[in-house]
Design a protein around this ligand. Structure first.
Ligand code: FPP
Length: 237
């Protein structure tokens, strides 16, 4: 990694292509997800090493419940096993764990495991690892609206600013991502972080997630460094 490059503070990743990766190899889809989990371990470690402060990954969307029960169960199981296997490594790497999304339909056993792992890692501060799990961008916005309504049952709200609204999102303490990466060549946002990506740069690669290694992250960061970020204004050079 070139020392002169700007490292994004927050990178968000849509880890797509596990199924196609598996199919190409004559394996079942779950094998693709397992390989995806291995890829995630590598990328999280590397992101911490190069100075990324927040890494958000889309691991299970509110729409993923529509997949066959076997695959849904497999993904739930994989998440639990990932936490068991990685807990100590995450601590060594200084990883604080955040899990963002709805708790409904997640088994109490998995919720307990998540909570225990978060407690175990609560003092870590090198990098915040945010797993979007049972997450939907529209659901997050609606949940913010509902929080505002329930907090203000008795008084009429006249107006709200963007800044005030942001405080009702799931994770107001996490800054917006500067860079969003999507693997496997799809040009879609798939209900990911709709509010938070207003000014994010996008990087889309044809590489399937299980094949996305450190050099692929380098390429994404290099591309990010070539962007002219204007936030709707003009850059006068
Ligand atoms: C999208 O690929 C991927 C997912 C829906 C699951 C992502 C999960 C992992 C990478 C496993 C690791 C997660 C944790 C939390 C340990 P796809 O199945 O839609 O691929 P396809 O489009 O090729 O079918």
């Amino acid at each position: 990694m070139d020392k002169n490059l700007i490292i994004p503070n927050h990178i968000a990743i849509i880890m797509d292509g596990n199924g196609r990766w598996a199919k190409e190899r004559g394996k079942i889809r779950l094998e693709g997800h397992r390989a995806g989990a291995a890829s995630l371990e590598k990328i999280l470690r590397y992101a911490g090493e190069i100075g990324v402060k927040y890494l958000t990954v889309y691991a299970f969307s509110t729409e993923n419940w529509k997949r066959p029960q076997k695959e849904v169960n497999g993904l739930m199981d994989l998440f639990g096993k990932y936490l068991d296997k990685e807990k100590k490594n995450l601590k060594k790497q200084g990883v604080k764990l955040v899990v963002t999304g709805e708790k409904e339909n997640i088994s109490p056993k998995l919720l307990k495991k998540i909570e225990d792992t978060q407690k175990f890692l609560e003092d870590c501060e090198k990098i915040t690892f945010n797993i979007a799990f049972n997450y939907g961008g529209r659901r997050e916005i609606v949940s913010a609206v509902n929080k505002i309504l329930s907090e203000n049952e008795t008084k009429k709200i006249e107006k709200i600013t963007e800044e005030e609204f942001s405080k009702y999102m799931y994770r107001p303490e996490i800054p917006d991502p500067e860079l969003v990466i999507r693997t496997s060549g799809e040009f879609r946002i798939s209900n990911f972080l709709l509010w938070e990506i207003a000014y994010s740069e996008f990087y889309i690669t044809d590489v399937f997630w299980p094949d996305f290694g450190e050099n692929e992250l380098d390429k994404a960061i290099l591309s990010f460094n070539k962007r002219d970020r204007r936030y709707g204004g003009l850059n006068v050079k």
